[in-house]
Design a protein. Structure first.
Length: 255
């Protein structure tokens, strides 16, 4: 192999560490010397001279030269340990109360008002003073969209009454609420109003007398003199309490 073919070959020490790259070949008295550009060295003393006697192997295919020298001879810092320094971010946390919220479940059921058309036969004896006799003709028809009504298992266990004023209905509910032995599953309130085209009604359902009283209190302020009457229907879980409720309703409506 010609000496000039050694230019641009990589030079490795006896341990296999890269020393540098051959930049030129200089003849010497003995044979020749390699002028090696040291790796990682910039500035003044960045080249080293390695005599040919130090060469132990030449790999022309991979363009590598192995010498019987140590990298530490050419790089003073070679083999030294470098201490790595890291930075850590320490986060201090503490709990701070910024406010509070209240979460509760409220169930309020309202039945949408739907016009109902019924046909009935009214037989009235004029001049007798007897109340008229009414007979239903055909089935009840709903004006507008049909509404699916679920059967109520407590339908037959009810107590009901009609009050002339909202205040009277609230008075009964307040009395019932103060008696712990009285308990109802549901309260249905029907509000009937005097309108230009006859009676108009709205129906509400509540789970407790207190909820019904709160709603009636608000209605009393806006209905003024439009009220015809209020009908209460109480759904009971205990059939034996029906008469007790009816007696209490009678006492309140007779006042």
């Amino acid at each position: 192999m010609s000496q000039q073919h050694l230019i641009n070959n990589d030079v490795f020490d006896r341990s296999g560490y890269l020393i540098g790259n051959v930049v030129r070949v200089e003849p010497s008295a003995a044979d020749f010397s390699l002028i090696v550009q040291l790796i990682g060295r910039n500035g003044g003393n960045n080249q080293a001279t390695i005599p040919s006697a130090s060469i132990t192997d030449i790999d022309s295919e991979n363009k590598t030269i192995y010498v019987d020298r140590d990298q530490s001879e050419f790089s003073p810092n070679a083999g030294q340990k470098i201490q790595l320094v890291e930075e850590r971010l320490v986060v201090n946390r503490k709990r701070v109360k910024v406010g509070e919220v209240s979460v509760r479940r409220v169930v309020e059921t309202e039945i949408v008002e739907v016009p109902v058309r019924r046909e009935k036969l009214v037989i009235e004896h004029i001049g007798s003073g007897n109340p008229p006799v009414e007979m239903s003709l055909g089935e009840t028809q709903l004006q507008g969209h049909e509404i699916a009504v679920q059967p109520d298992s407590n339908r037959d266990i009810t107590a009901s009454g009609t009050f002339e004023t909202i205040q009277g209905a609230m008075s009964f509910l307040s009395t019932a609420e103060q008696r712990p032995e009285l308990h109802c599953e549901k309260i249905r309130v029907a509000i009937l109003l005097d309108g230009e085209n006859g009676l108009k009604g709205t129906i509400y359902e509540f789970e407790t007398p207190q909820a019904a009283i709160q709603k009636l209190t608000r209605l009393e302020k806006v209905l003024l003199n439009q009220l015809s009457h209020v009908r209460l229907e109480l759904f009971l879980s205990d059939p034996t309490m029906v008469q007790t409720y009816q007696n209490l309703i009678s006492e309140c409506t007779s006042v």
